[in-house]
Every structure is written in C-alpha cells, then in structure tokens.
Design a binder for this molecule. Structure first.
Ligand code: NDP
Ligand code: GDR
Length: 326
C-alpha cells in the first residue's frame, strides 16, 4: 500500500486529493495545524480514513516528526496562506508559511530520506499567481515570473527552492503551476464562492446585494476535482518536472456574475452588485490564461468540467446549503 503525506489537508485541495488517493488504495496522512483546529471535524467527516498528524509548516521539528510517523512514498505540499488579498496585510507571515514553509518541508524530506532522496516523491503547489504582470499570453512553464503580491513572491521562492532541491540533491520534486481552481468546497473569501453564495442568498431573499472589488480581472478557472488528478499524475512520472495546469479559457468577474445570476433567472444584475474601492488590491493580476499542452502531452491530463458547469455546480450547492440553514 503506497503511503502519502498531505499538508493543507483541511483546505479545498487537501480534501479532493485525499479522496483521490484513498480511492487509489493509498494510506493517507494529513498534517493539521493548531490546537483544536475548527476544520478537523470536516476532515474527519469527509475523509475518515485519513490519519491526522499535528504539525505546522513553520515548525521543522513537527514536519520531521510527521515524516517519521507517515514514512511516505509521496509528499504533497498544499499547505499555505493562500488568500492573495490577505498577503499584503500579513506579508511576513505569508513569507514564513507560503515561502519558507516549502523549504522546511523539503528539508524534512531530505533529512528523513538520508542520502536516498529519490525515495520520497515531492509535489509543490505552485501557482499562476507567480506570473503576475502579463508577460506572455497564454502563460506556460517558460513564461517569465513577475509576481504582484507578497503571496506571489512567496510562491516563486517555494517554486525555485523545489527546483533547487531537485537539481542539488536529485530529489524527485515537481511543481504544479496550477491556475485558479474552484468547487463547492472553495473558501468563501475567494471570488467564485463569494459570488455563488451571495447569488444563492439573493435568490432566496436572504440578502439584497453583494459587494466586490475589481470586476475586470480575468482568470482561467477550472474544477479542483480535475486539478488534483494532475498533481497525482506528476508524481507517477519517472522524471520530476514542472507543469502548467489550466483550462486555456479565461473569463472576467463580470462573466462569472453573468453565469451565476442567469442560473437563478436574473439577467440584469447591475442593481445587485456594489463595488467597494477597499476591495481593490494594491497591485492586480489582470489576465491569467494557461497553456497546459505539456501536461496534456506528458501526463495525459485534461480538464473535464467547463466554466459554466462549474459556476452552476457552485450556485446549486449554495442554494441547497442556504435552504438547509447555511
Ligand atoms: P486553502 O486555503 O483551501 O487551504 C490551505 C491549507 O493550508 C489549509 O489546510 C490550511 O490549514 C493550511 N495551512 C495554512 N497555514 C499553515 C501552516 N502554517 N502550516 C500548515 N498548514 C497550513 O487552499 P487550496 O486548497 O485552495 O490550495 C492548496 C494549495 O494550492 C495552496 O498552497 C495554494 O496556495 C495553492 N494553489 C491554489 C490554487 C487554487 O486556485 N485553489 C491555485 C494555485 C495554487 P488551516 O486549517 O490550519 O488553516
Ligand atoms: P486569486 O483568487 O487572487 O486569483 O487567487 P480570488 O478569488 O481571491 O480573486 C480573483 C480575482 O477576483 C477579483 N475580485 C475579488 N476577489 C475576492 N477574493 N473578493 C472580492 O470581493 C473580489 N472582487 C473582485 C480579485 O481582485 C482577483 O482579480 C487564487 C488563490 O486560490 C491563490 O491561492 C491561487 O494561487 C490563485 O488563485 C491561482
């Protein structure tokens, strides 16, 4: 039975990836931080077969302990402070967790594996946010990185540290440069879920409007359930490498609003959406659209769920959740 250690187990991707790995017969260990983490119950309910180990990406000794207990064949480093807007207000903490946390996890793998570093395969959750200021469209593995947020800068550090451990120690370490991926499990702070939840509540008469920031930014949005398959595929390759994972289609926040409101029968949402300058970011990433041809050719991966279907899935989930009392 292969063994996997997943950091960020309480997050959107941690849950989908755990389900995928358990379905493939893995023994799965999940790193969970904090004393009495409020999301522990959700993990226990959703993936009861996962063994939870206490640890924090900022605490190397806890990572070494987790490695000793899990003794994994594969490590998926999904843990991070992942909300871009928050990263300006908490830049040092974001750097510690999202950036240096990767170094800590790589060191824990290296020290645990002693000289035999290829024994443990490592996945790093890199991000399209690393592309930042538009240099090339669509963005691919070779596109110049120009991050526009403390989060993006921290991810670039983690990305290059992963490559460095591959080149320095022969570690089987891969980075997935994943574009935005969403689902009904997406945190409510992110724009897709904020919109799907608000649209459901407006349709049910529970709120009057939703307040957003920049409506013109464009994102390449896919379904998280599809994207965790790409993570797993990367670690099954003979040689470690880096891959863009994206749909190749881009949509604005306005288009997201069009699809979400249309699903509840509202064609003109202009009176239901407010804009607040406080929600604009100090520096914005205007346009993301990825070229995933390398993942398609080498991993045989392609996304299944399209944008419209994804948005409708999220609104339907939120309608059901709100009807049941939120
Ligand atoms: P979430 O925000 O849903 O989950 C983040 C996870 O990181 C949570 O489980 C959180 O645990 C954990 N975490 C936070 N701080 C620490 C810490 N100090 N030590 C250990 N764990 C910690 O993110 P997603 O599931 O959406 O994303 C997974 C990864 O992929 C992240 O690294 C993200 O940056 C990256 N990514 C995500 C994309 C997306 O569109 N979803 C796209 C590209 C990259 P806790 O319950 O303790 O808060
Ligand atoms: P992003 O996702 O920053 O791309 O990072 P988010 O959903 O937060 O923002 C997407 C775009 O929507 C605009 N926007 C708003 N965003 C939020 N959250 N709330 C609003 O009210 C709002 N109004 C407009 C933003 O300005 C932005 O342009 C996500 C995270 O999952 C990262 O961890 C991951 O690395 C990247 O995707 C790829």
């Amino acid at each position: 039975m292969p063994r996997a250690l997943v950091t960020g187990i309480t997050g959107q991707d941690g849950l989908y990836l755990s389900e995928l790995l358990l379905g493939k017969g893995y023994e799965v260990f999940g790193l969970i931080r904090g004393q009495n983490n409020p999301k522990a119950d959700l993990v226990r309910r959703t993936v009861p077969d996962v063994t939870l180990l206490t640890g924090d990406l900022t605490d190397l000794s806890s990572l070494l302990r987790a490695m000793a207990v899990a003794d994994p064949d594969e490590v998926y480093n999904l843990g991070a402070i992942s909300f871009v807007a928050y990263s300006w207000e908490n830049a040092h903490l974001t750097t510690e967790v999202t950036g240096k946390g990767v170094l800590n996890m790589l060191e824990a793998v290296r020290l645990h594996a002693h000289d035999d570093t290829s024994r443990v395969r490592f996945y790093q959750a890199s991000s399209s946010e690393m592309f930042g200021r538009v240099q090339e469209v669509p963005q691919r593995e070779t596109t110049l990185l120009w991050p526009r947020s403390p989060y993006g800068v921290a991810k670039v550090y983690g990305h290059y540290m992963t490559i460095n451990y591959r080149e320095s120690y022969g570690m089987h370490a891969s980075s997935g440069i994943l574009f935005n991926h969403e689902s009904p499990r997406r945190g409510v702070e992110f724009v897709t879920r904020k919109v799907s939840r608000a649209v459901a509540r407006i349709a049910l008469g529970l709120q009057d409007s939703v307040t957003l920031g920049n409506l013109d930014a464009r994102r390449d949005w896919g379904f998280a359930g599809d994207y965790v398959e790409a993570m797993w595929c990367m670690l099954q390759q003979e040689v470690a490498d880096d891959y863009v994972v994206a749909t190749g289609h881009t949509h604005s926040i306005r288009e997201l609003l069009d699809v979400a409101f249309a699903h509840v029968g509202v064609d003109d949402w202009s009176g239901l959406v407010r804009q607040d300058k406080a929600l604009l970011r100090p520096a914005e990433v205007d346009l993301l659209v990825g070229d995933a041809s390398k993942a398609r050719e080498k991993l045989g991966w392609s996304p299944r769920v399209r944008f419209e279907e994804l948005v409708r899935m999220m609104v339907d989930h939120d309608l059901a959740e709100q009807r049941a009392g939120g």
